[in-house]
Design a protein around this ligand. Structure first.
Ligand code: NDP
Length: 480
């Protein structure tokens, strides 16, 4: 059985604990590799390496750092097929999704921040007759990057790329559920000429190695993407140590459909925004609100399309949905379907596991599920399910749908379908969300601020926001 390794000080190494955790293949439900179960000593080794590397990396010109990061981006692109296969196998997502979304986006993340850093200028504020202020933006030092399993390399690189571009050394931990592409990244970093100790990748359990990263006194900032409860725990731990914190957390996003929308475009995009990546994207619109005059038309067309959506092993070219990420996650999603029934909901399609033929008969396949008849404030409509399950609810007025859309503790993203421009502006302004898409979904410009409000997080990633997070501002005043 293949044993994955940590990547510390520019080299692959075994965990100090000598222990390993099983890595399951969601498509088959079988263990296919072993992951280091790293501990505090591994974090200490990585911090020691990063401390030595920091003067080299932070004092290198941004143009030199940029060149290395561009090589890293190119290195992933050159191994596209290997990364695509690995991501799909580790996560259960269709190969086509890994090939068109996950890995190309990881390539873009490194390329984007490699080029952004050479355009990054700091501010200057002149005081007439008195003098001038200028702001230095210095790298923080050693930073921790912790990412989830749903878009493994995509989200891992979204943090690491700006952290490195800004001149920091990184201790990064991918999810123990999907470690493989982060494991492959070490080799690419070596080939790109990244100095040893600049990028360190540790594998293992969140509560062990993740916690040790958050608690280490020399790690000055934590960039975390994951669940709201984990984010709360990390904030409680890191805040008294005055660490910089960026928290990208859960969501329960509304998809609001007005009768005046372009119906066909809305329908095909709503299929994607509901079920892409088996509904395991923090931006998926899991609460669909439909204006009453088109509610029945939408319901019929949507349920018909959903019920014929192909769920298949990830390597099947016909697969629109692959396997969900793990057995416990599959069980959690199914428990929400049962809860929805208890809360008075009607399952219009789906709601069950899909049984595949061998060798996929123990894989974690779920039928895409549509539920109606639930109150907007029941648990099914308030708690994050993070799987292929959506609810549909009719509405009559803008005020009513705004109230329902804004009723959860979350505020990550919202989608709006209407041809009324005035309404689009008003609604976008009133929605509690960090990101609003009008007549589209998941269109991403890497320069824009990315993040949520309320329990969906603190801080913003993307563009200058990320480079500001990964630097400390120092103002210098010089008297004329
Ligand atoms: P988790 O919060 O369980 O885990 C996220 C990461 O944190 C994993 O690497 C995990 O390790 C680690 N971790 C767990 N406990 C600790 C701890 N005590 N200290 C430090 N690290 C820890 O989230 P999931 O992996 O289950 O991801 C799904 C969640 O992520 C959903 O809620 C989703 O909405 C959210 N998400 C948010 C996004 C956003 O941009 N706002 C984007 C994508 C997902 P391990 O895997 O070993 O447990």
């Amino acid at each position: 059985m293949e044993k994955l390794q940590n990547f510390v000080n520019g080299e692959y190494c075994t965990p100090s604990t000598g222990e390993y955790i099983d890595n399951f293949e969601p498509a088959t439900g079988k263990v296919y590799s072993l992951i280091p179960n790293s501990g505090e000593a591994d974090v200490q080794n990585a911090v020691d390496a990063a401390e030595k590397a920091f003067p080299i990396w932070s004092e290198m010109s941004s143009v030199e750092r940029s060149k290395i990061l561009i090589k890293l981006s190119k290195g992933i692109e050159d191994r596209m097929d290997e990364f695509v296969q690995a991501e799909s196998r580790d996560n259960g997502k269709p190969l086509s999704l890994a090939a068109h979304v996950d890995i190309p986006r990881a390539v873009s993340n490194f390329h984007f921040f490699a080029t952004a850093i050479v355009h990054y200028a700091s501010e200057s504020h002149q005081m007439e007759g008195l003098g001038v202020n200028y702001t230095l933006r210095k790298p923080i030092g050693i930073v921790g990057c912790i990412s989830p399993w749903n878009l493994p390399l995509y989200l891992f690189s979204w943090k690491i790329a700006p952290a490195l571009a800004a001149g920091n050394c990184v201790i990064a931990k991918p999810s123990e559920v999907t470690p493989y592409t982060a494991y492959l990244l070490g080799k690419v970093a070596q080939e790109a000429g990244m100095p040893p100790g600049v990028l360190n990748i540790l594998h293992g359990e969140g509560g062990a190695v993740g916690d040790a990263i958050v608690k280490h006194a020399k790690i000055k900032a934590i960039s975390f993407t994951g669940g709201t409860n984990t984010g709360k725990y990390i904030a409680q731990t890191a805040a008294p140590m005055f660490k910089k914190l960026s928290l990208e957390l859960g969501g329960k996003n509304p998809n609001i459909i007005f009768a005046d929308c372009d119906f066909d475009e809305m329908l095909s995009t709503t299929l994607r925004s509901s079920f892409a990546n088996q509904g395991q994207i923090c931006l998926c619109g899991s609460r669909i609100f439909v204006e009453r005059p088109i509610y029945e038309r939408f319901k019929e067309a949507f349920v018909s399309r959903v019920s014929t959506t192909v769920v298949a092993p990830p390597n099947d070219p016909k697969a629109k949905l692959g396997a969900v990420v793990s057995k416990p996650h599959m069980e959690k999603v199914l428990s929400y379907v049962e809860l929805a029934k208890e809360e008075g909901g009607t399952v219009l399609t789906g709601g069950e596991r899909v049984q595949m033929d061998a060798p996929y008969n123990e894989g974690y396949y779920l039928r895409p599920t549509v539920i109606e008849g639930l109150a907007y404030d029941c648990r099914t409509n308030q708690e994050e399910i993070f799987g292929p399950v959506v609810t549909i609810t009719p509405f009559d007025t803008e005020e009513e749908v705004l109230m329902m859309a804004n009723s959860t503790q979350y505020g990550l993203s919202a989608t709006l379908w209407t041809s009324n421009l005035k309404r689009a502006h008003n609604m976008a302004n009133e929605l509690h969300a960090g990101i609003v898409w009008v007549n589209s979904w998941l269109v991403r410009d890497l320069r824009t601020p990315f993040g949520g409000v309320k329990a969906s997080g603190v801080g913003r990633e993307g563009g200058w926001e990320a480079l500001r997070f990964f630097t400390e501002a120092k103002n210098v005043f010089i008297k004329y």
